[in-house]
Design a protein around this ligand. Sequence first.
Ligand code: G6P
Ligand code: MN
Length: 442
Amino acid sequence: MPSKRLVILGGGGFRVPLVYGALLGTDSPIGEVVLYDVDPGRLRTIGRVLRAQAALVGHAPGISATTDLTEALTGADFVFSAIRVHGLEGRVIDGPVALGEGALGQETVGAGGIAYGLRTVPVVRAIARRISLVAPEAWVINFTNPAGLVTEAMSAYLGDRVIGICDSPSALARRVVRALGLAPGEGQISYAGLNHLGWLTGVRQGEQDLLPRLLADAARLESFEEGRLFGAARLRQLGAVPNEYLHYYYNHAELVRASLAAPETRGEFLLKQQRQCYAELASADDGDAFQAWDAARRQRDATYLAMEGLGERDDAEGGGYEDVALALMLAIARDSRQELILNVRNRGTLPELDDDAVVEVPCAVSAAGARPLPSAGLPAHGVDLVKRIKSADRGILTAASTGSRAVAVRAMAAHPLIDSVPVARRLIAEYQGRLPELGYLS
Ligand code: G6P
Ligand code: MN
């Protein structure tokens, strides 16, 4: 009898039905899903979508909802944390403010990511502390962006019980495996970095590394998203396939120009789409709620990253967040050994970073949690960038614990895409003027 309690923080979020849907297709151990959100209206709306979803299948986990965090967490076996502090409205501030200074406005990279991190870290610390008191045995699966930074902030309270996830490394691995003509899951992937800042550096089969073969074949390389994004020549130079988010570092100026010329940002598009969708869902008949949500979801996927200059994604075939989260949860619950690329504490895996630094690397997952596998390491050309971003992240964590604006400015200025103290000062001032959650910095 499935009996475990899964709590979803940010339970009124748009992607929650994907998570619930992933539970329906398996004999998952989850008997009860508890939605927690600060917004009761969004909770009600998503609750209706889930109930419509549940009605489509024979038996489904029970659904309840609350705006009381302690009530939600009590008795939790698994906690999915997927919150967005200041909502999409915040994303709409992050991006344009950065662009105003000629810096990229992406939600997790550069100035926008730092603003997002500065307002999110204090909130996730409070949540992590509460979890450590109310549900110390729970496994916490963090989806909240910037996922690496947020996981590191939570790990100070939860240790290795918090594990961060992202869909981009596994999607990249899947595409590379397919381009090599291997069957899904074949080949041992080497991947290393931080969240949204990593490289696939090898695909081993027995003693052989198949990646050089792929790098030599331009047609195969350009048959998949990252190959087209970076181009065969660049990939050969790197000797690795970067995560799609490296585009923001490698082609920053070009992307800033494209964003400035674009009629709207990704955030603005999503904010409009979501407002309309939640309004429609609130008035839809109960039975239609799921279809209405699904149509909006397909539109969101089809336009992923397009507005930020990354073009259209070539595999909206699933294998997204919800599947990574489900695979992780099942491997823990069933103690089935499974390899997944996850955000965990370094513990010597990447020698350039200290033990407590959260890194994104292949891990072995079992009932004991996620343990990083021995790593082939970072590519030499990535070491500096990773160290600089980790140090900017540490600045964000320190700014959030000390409340020091000067430290926040230093973190912003330390980021290679900003690299200027006056620009960093103006950015922090502008963000503070627009985001009340940053009022703690003085
Ligand atoms: C990918 C990233 C996530 C990010 C999402 C943004 O899945 O791995 O970290 O949240 O894209 O998608 P969106 O539809 O919000 O632009
Ligand atoms: Mn991600």
